[in-house]
Design a protein around this ligand. Structure first.
Ligand SMILES: [Fe+2]
Ligand SMILES: [Fe+2]
Length: 485
């Protein structure tokens, strides 16, 4: 096999770093241009002379400021937040959520500024992406709202709404808290409770601000409080209502759905636990490893866990032919030729996809079921066939039929699956032995081009290796030998 694959992956990392540098440099240039345009606009309208401000320019200047601030946030994100490389569809979902939040807030603001569902962005992004993206999207939404409402008031000859500043402070404070607490437990019940509880923070912030800034109009504020109460629960309910709509429009699955799929009482998981308990327990261990690895490289942990639970459901058609389900000494492969055995084993990948379709498991999980062995050879039966004959054996006849992993999560499942099976078979696993095994598994798959269809980098593969080795340390640590009774 070609040894050039690691070099190609190295190039991928260098390209990624170069791309980030180019984006960073371009962003600085654009930011400088915006500042320059702003300066020209200010000089052009003679604001510095003390002449009255030409209000018609305000919306345009505000728009420029929006762009400038957005670039600041993007620069911050690129430099300090290690965000996932979202594909076009996920980028569309993020933009759609921010746009919906913006439109709903601007419409509801006419009714009352307190009724604006300002935390809608963070509530929805938490369901479809991760905590960092939710945090960033929320800051972005808050800036857009603040500047638009200010521009609308000034251009209409109105004073800037007094409550705008505390509402924006609340949006950023509550959004940051929500992005952290929601991602720790994404069940619907806790989502509603935590979402509403954090939104409740708005009330003391607003009341305190009013008491400090304009205590004389405190009674007027009380009449607006029902709108604030409506916002507390209304935002969470609106997020729950929009979530299935976004799922349908973009054909994606929310983290709620992935979480529900991990319920051990799901029919397919119950069947797996009953008919193939060895495979079921193997899947649980792979799920723990995959979730930890996904977290380490900023991938969706809920998706990784759910995909790991279902990756081997194709074994249900022939449970006894897989080592982990052979509880007595009889091995059904003993009476079969290596070709037939190999065919039975490799079919579990493609049959997994059919089983998933039967049980209406989402397509992206079914794809991973088919991809988790890629096109790797089944060395055990290949070597057995070579031992039985003198003729040349074509290794391609002993390979899985693929396809190779098409996403980073699929690559994670492939590595964790192989690592779990190999380490479990070890007689006396030590740190050094486990580390060498996991490294060999990754290197071998690199040589066989298994990661050519997903944009995983060598750096991420190194992180995955270290994460798995560390996790196995917790699984196979030395235990006290209990005396026999
Ligand atoms: Fe498998
Ligand atoms: Fe497996």
């Amino acid at each position: 096999m070609s040894e050039t694959k690691p070099i190609e992956n190295n190039k991928k990392i260098i390209d990624n770093n170069n791309n980030k540098k180019i984006i960073f440099a371009n962003s600085i240039i654009i930011f400088a241009c915006v500042i320059f345009l702003l300066t020209v606009a200010i000089i052009r309208f003679n604001i510095m002379d003390g002449r009255p401000l030409d209000k018609t320019i305000i919306p345009y200047v505000s728009l420029l400021v929006i762009f400038a601030l957005c670039f600041c946030v993007i620069l911050f994100a690129l430099k300090y937040l290690d965000l996932p490389n979202y594909n076009t569809k996920m980028f569309g979902v993020i933009c759609f959520i921010i746009a919906v939040n913006y439109a709903v807030c601007i419409l509801i603001e006419k009714l009352s500024i307190f009724a604006m569902p300002v935390t809608l962005t963070v509530l929805l992004l938490s369901v479809f992406t991760n905590a960092k993206t939710a945090f960033l999207g929320n800051v972005f939404s808050a800036l857009m709202l603040f500047i638009t409402l200010t521009a609308m008031a000034v251009s209409g000859g109105q004073p800037i709404p007094q409550m705008l500043l505390p509402i924006i402070i609340f949006t950023i404070t509550a959004g940051t808290i929500l992005s952290i607490v929601i991602n720790t437990d994404i069940r619907r019940f806790t989502y509603v409770i935590r979402g509403s509880a954090v939104n409740l923070i708005s009330l003391p912030i607003i009341i305190l601000y009013q008491l400090i800034i304009a205590p004389q109009s405190f009674m007027g504020l009380l009449s607006e409080l029902p709108f604030a109460a409506f916002m507390v629960l209304g935002t969470v309910l609106l997020a729950l209502l929009l979530q299935p709509i976004i799922e349908v429009i973009f054909n994606i699955n929310s983290n709620f759905r992935f979480m529900e799929l991990c319920d051990h009482h799901r029919p397919l998981l119950l069947r797996l636990a009953k008919s193939a308990p060895g495979t079921f327990n193997h899947s649980l261990t792979v799920a723990n490893l995959a979730e930890t690895c996904a977290r380490a490289i900023n991938e969706n942990t809920y998706f990784a866990r759910a995909a790991a639970y279902y990756h081997d459901v194709g074994k249900l058609n022939n449970t006894r032919f897989f080592k982990e389900n052979q509880f007595n000494d009889t091995n059904p492969h003993d009476g079969l030729t290596p070709e037939v055995s190999c065919d039975i084993i490799r079919k579990h990948a493609s049959q997994g996809k059919q089983v998933c379709a039967e049980y209406r498991i989402p397509q992206e999980i079914a794809d991973i079921t088919a991809e988790h062995h890629g096109t790797m050879p089944i060395f055990y039966f290949y070597n057995k066939a070579k031992e039985m004959t003198d003729r040349e054996i074509n290794i391609k006849e002993y390979c899985y039929q693929g396809p190779i992993p098409s996403s980073k999560v699929a690559a994670i499942i492939m590595i964790c699956d192989a690592a779990e099976a190999t380490v479990r078979a070890m007689k006396e696993p030590t740190y050094e032995k486990v580390e060498k095994t996991v490294k060999d598994i990754i290197d071998q798959r690199l040589r066989y081009g298994q990661f050519d269809n997903c944009d995983i980098t060598l750096k991420e593969l190194a992180i995955i290796k270290n994460t798995i080795v560390h996790a196995f340390g917790g699984l196979y640590h030395e235990r006290i030998q209990y005396p026999e009774v």
